[in-house]
Design a protein around this ligand. Structure first.
Ligand code: HEM
Length: 182
């Protein structure tokens, strides 16, 4: 199995980054919606946000690695049967997905550091609060986090539907290319 991409195949690194990040995003969304309804006496009241923040920051690191790998590894070309419009839509959606992952992570970071407190990263080390605007920061970042995470999940759903359309209707290699380790 090649680590690097070729012009017509994704390599192991790109495939693993894709599916690990997809799983973490869905997990963060479910955990996020679950944890905001917890009350102080709930046994997960402290541990759920701890996991959410640690995995949220992990996702930010994975996003940076993925963008650097995209720059470094050969570009996988669109499949020949994709129309010009489909290629443009797919590329635009991918760029918008990256931007929203970044917005979700930064807004989450700004909620958590609004009171000038750092974030414990899996209790291994602390990520310091680099910006502190107090209450205004927490509220604004909270709203941005709520809306951007919802938009991200909707966009990811569109992305999935496009891949399923290519697999079941166009019967092309679009989904196979990002699934196939062989
Ligand atoms: C793509 C990445 C992420 C997704 C999909 C996500 C998803 C969510 C969701 C769905 C909520 C509930 C929002 C609501 O309905 O009000 C939430 C809340 C929260 N998230 Fe994230 N999150 C992500 C990254 C992060 C990161 C990186 C951090 C911090 C380092 C973070 C910190 C928080 C905090 C503190 C809350 C609670 C906000 C409140 O109490 O209103 N999140 N997240």
């Amino acid at each position: 199995m090649k680590l690097h991409n070729t012009n017509n195949r994704f390599g192991l690194i790109a495939i693993l980054l894709h599916w690990i990040m997809a799983t973490v995003i869905i997990g963060l969304f479910i955990l996020g919606k679950y944890m905001i309804d917890l009350d102080y006496y709930d046994s997960y009241y402290h541990i759920a946000p701890w996991w959410h923040k640690s995995f949220g920051l992990t996702l930010l690191f994975l996003l940076i690695i993925r963008l650097l790998w995209k720059l470094y590894s050969p570009k996988v070309l669109p499949i020949s049967n994709h129309t010009g419009l489909e290629v443009k839509l797919a590329t635009s959606l991918q760029i918008i997905l990256y931007i929203f992952i970044f917005i979700c992570c930064i807004s989450g970071y700004l909620i958590s550091t609004a009171e000038d407190a750092g974030i414990s990263f899996f209790d291994w080390f602390d990520i310091p609060a680099l910006i502190s605007l107090g209450e205004a920061q927490s509220e604004l970042a909270g709203d941005i986090h709520e809306y951007s995470t919802t938009i991200l999940i909707v966009l990811a759903g569109l992305h999935l539907m496009a891949a399923l359309k290519h697999h079941f209707i166009n019967k092309d290699q679009t989904l196979i290319r990002i699934l196939n380790f062989k």
